[in-house]
Design a protein around this ligand. Sequence first.
Ligand SMILES: *Cc1c(COP(=O)(O)O)cnc(C)c1O
Length: 237
Amino acid sequence: MSIEEQIAENITRIRAHIVEAAERGGRDPSEITLVAVSKTRPVEMIEMAYAAGVKDFGENRVQEAEGKIAAFRPEGVRWHMIGHLQSNKAQKVARLFDTVHSIDSLHLAQTLNRIVEQTQRKRLPILLEVNVAGETSKAGIAIAETLPLARQLAELQGIELKGLMTVAPLVEEPEEVRPVFRELRQLRDQIREEFPHCEWLSMGMTDDYAVAIEEGATIIRIGRAIFGERDYKGATT
Ligand SMILES: *Cc1c(COP(=O)(O)O)cnc(C)c1O
């Protein structure tokens, strides 16, 4: 099988799993967006996923993403920034990406907001990254900080808080992270009472996306299940 066929087959299989998981969760599969995480992959593989119907792509490093986005931005494609972000990259992020999942400080949000207000036509949708499990090795804000930060963001006109994102802990069995996803969903529900546009739940990756969907994910971020194992030479996460 060619790489192209393999990627198309992987995407078909994932889409079937999305439908099944949505059914188990009593949900409509059409409310779930598949983001293909293309970090470390060449543009050719991104084009193959696009040919198989994927419209959303995720990258975690601005420098790597820059060239790929310049090379591949057909009509309808959306680029998602999913990695940890320094404020000094905000200019490029605002120019390159359609959505940022990894906002984890007021300072970063303010910097991005200022740039969007100065340069851009439309409000940039963002998500707050929440470190639900409180892992010291991980980026993201604490659960208790999330609503206060959401209130501060409400004053910024260049960005719009659209949802919450988390990276669940690495575990043996996906069932083990169900409480993490459930907690993020409850937090989103709470914030949405005050901020109705805070609707998105970006959670679930290759090993745990079915559980994430059962618990309410509206965006899943999948790399390896689409493109195969990553070659870590030179890559960060
Ligand atoms: C790499 C990455 C993913 C995708 O991980 P896979 O295990 O390859 O599906 C999702 N989210 C973030 C933030 C990532 O860095």
